[in-house]
Design a protein around this ligand. Structure first.
Ligand code: ATP
Length: 230
């Protein structure tokens, strides 16, 4: 469904992605791992049309996304939950959700509150009164209301307490069971191993490893070679 071939991305003259290729199949949850600065966020931004990507191809179900403005890419079914969450701090939880609701979407408010009971409890609280974990849940919930075909998540558990990380893991598993495709950037290996079908490792703007969840688990050397232990 999502097929990225040999993309090159730049910030000004700085050549950050140097020929990245990856795929995410229908209903697959794929992680993108790698040390700080490897280019993980840049890969997500490239898919969303937020970075200069003059070479390569990015297709969703055979339709090219490359070169389109971000709002068109979103309309074609790609939703990005950025690292810094992008929720409205002066609006309540319910208002944040209401502005994301779309007629005809597979997900409506009732689904969201069923999946995220904590958001229902907090529905009258303003965005800036939420904990980091609640803000993360709200950001994921807003993305789901857009009815994406693929969800791009940038480090959803960063800085969260272990019990909240467990809640995010539950939500990721539920999203996978619904058959949504997910590309997950995540530094917490425990989270990755709990939810992923497949992993990629990025190093200095290039994919250096790809393997199934089982291959990755059975080859601890990969971690030592490519990942700062986390
Ligand atoms: P992290 O876990 O630290 O977020 P990452 O793998 O997501 O790491 P990126 O944020 O994609 O890495 O950054 C890749 C490279 O691009 C880094 O060298 C970074 O300094 C550089 N970079 C990121 N954003 C910009 C920007 N807006 N302008 C210029 N260079 C940038």
């Amino acid at each position: 469904m999502l097929e990225i071939k040999d993309i090159h991305s730049y910030y000004g003259k700085s050549h950050v992605l140097e020929g990245v290729s990856l795929t995410v199949g229908e209903g697959e949850l794929v992680t993108l791992l790698g040390r700080n600065g490897a280019g993980k966020t840049t890969t997500l931004k490239s898919i969303m049309g937020l970075v200069d990507t003059p070479a390569g191809s990015i297709e969703l179900n055979g339709q090219s996304l490359l070169g389109q403005p971000p709002f068109r890419i979103a309309r074609q079914g790609v939703a990005l939950v950025p690292e810094h969450r992008g929720i409205f701090s002066i609006l309540s939880v319910e208002e944040n959700l209401q502005i994301a609701v779309r007629a005809g979407s597979r997900w409506q408010m009732a689904d969201i509150y069923r999946w995220f009971p904590r958001l229902e409890e907090r529905r009258r609280n303003r965005g800036n009164a939420l904990s980091g974990g609640e803000q993360q849940m709200l950001a994921i919930a807003r993305a789901l209301l857009n009815d994406p075909r693929i969800l791009l998540l940038d480090e959803p558990t960063e800085g969260l307490a272990p019990v909240i990380v467990d809640e995010i893991v539950k939500i990721l598993k539920a999203i996978r069971e619904e058959g949504l495709s997910v590309l997950l950037v995540e530094q917490n290996l425990r989270v990755c191993e709990a939810v992923a079908d497949r992993h990629y490792i990025l190093e200095q703007g290039q994919i250096v490893y790809t393997g199934s969840a089982d291959d990755f688990r059975d080859d601890p050397g990969v971690r030592d070679r490519y990942l700062a232990l986390s």
